[in-house]
Design a protein around this ligand. Structure first.
Ligand SMILES: [Fe+2]
Length: 208
């Protein structure tokens, strides 16, 4: 049996698109007063009742939903654009291409979240959507800070359990780390005090 799928692609976007994304990103790092939900019929609601998640303790409801998430149950990349803008949409399209190049069938995002993440995060798993086989759930973490000095650490450890890391990645700017959604991950050894922010575009995907 093949091992878990864990990988990183450097230079996800062409430089000109990445520079544009850096200019655009602050208006789309959404500080959520409610998750935006695009329903299968195209209607849109906001759910402000949801609690902040990621306790870091791997509770069953961790990462089920977050107030700054955008859910799209039409599963089309274009449907996100009014909420995340053109630059982030280009990043989603590029991630889609990465998945296709790896032979995944019909990759489709159902959740996107852009956030500023200047903190250590302890080991956790994201919640697998209902009715989806664990092996059909992928997540992608795209780093959209303009540069990264590895002396400041903040590597992403990905593994089956907290003690069983399969791979460790530097959070290089304009790189995307993607892995099977049933794996967990952790941000380790982040040294605060670096110049700028650590900005992330997280997306959840279903594949066939
Ligand atoms: Fe996470």
């Amino acid at each position: 049996m093949a091992g878990p799928n864990v990988s990183q692609k450097l230079n996800l976007l062409p430089e000109v698109d990445f520079q544009q994304l850096i200019l655009d990103k602050n208006q789309y790092i959404y500080n959520g007063d409610g998750a935006i939900i695009i329903h299968p019929d195209g209607s849109v609601t906001k759910d402000a009742t949801l609690k902040e998640i990621n306790s870091g303790q791997n509770k069953p409801n961790d990462y089920l939903i977050s107030k700054d998430s955008i859910f799209n149950y039409q599963y089309n990349i274009q449907g996100f654009e009014p909420y995340i803008g053109k630059s982030f949409t280009k990043a989603l399209k590029a991630i889609n291409e990465v998945f296709l190049s790896e032979g995944l069938l019909n990759p489709r995002p159902y959740m996107v979240r852009a956030y500023r993440h200047n903190k250590l995060i302890s080991w956790h798993r994201h919640v697998i959507p209902k009715g989806v086989k664990p092996s059909n759930f992928r997540l992608a973490i795209y780093y959209m800070h303009p540069n990264w000095d590895t002396n400041y650490g903040g590597q992403l450890h990905v593994g089956i359990t907290e003690k069983d890391t399969c791979k460790i990645f530097d959070c290089f700017s304009n790189s995307v780390i993607y892995h099977d959604g049933y794996l967990g991950h952790e941000v380790k050894d982040l040294v605060l005090g670096y110049k700028g922010d650590r900005d992330i575009l997280l997306s959840h995907w279903i594949v066939n």
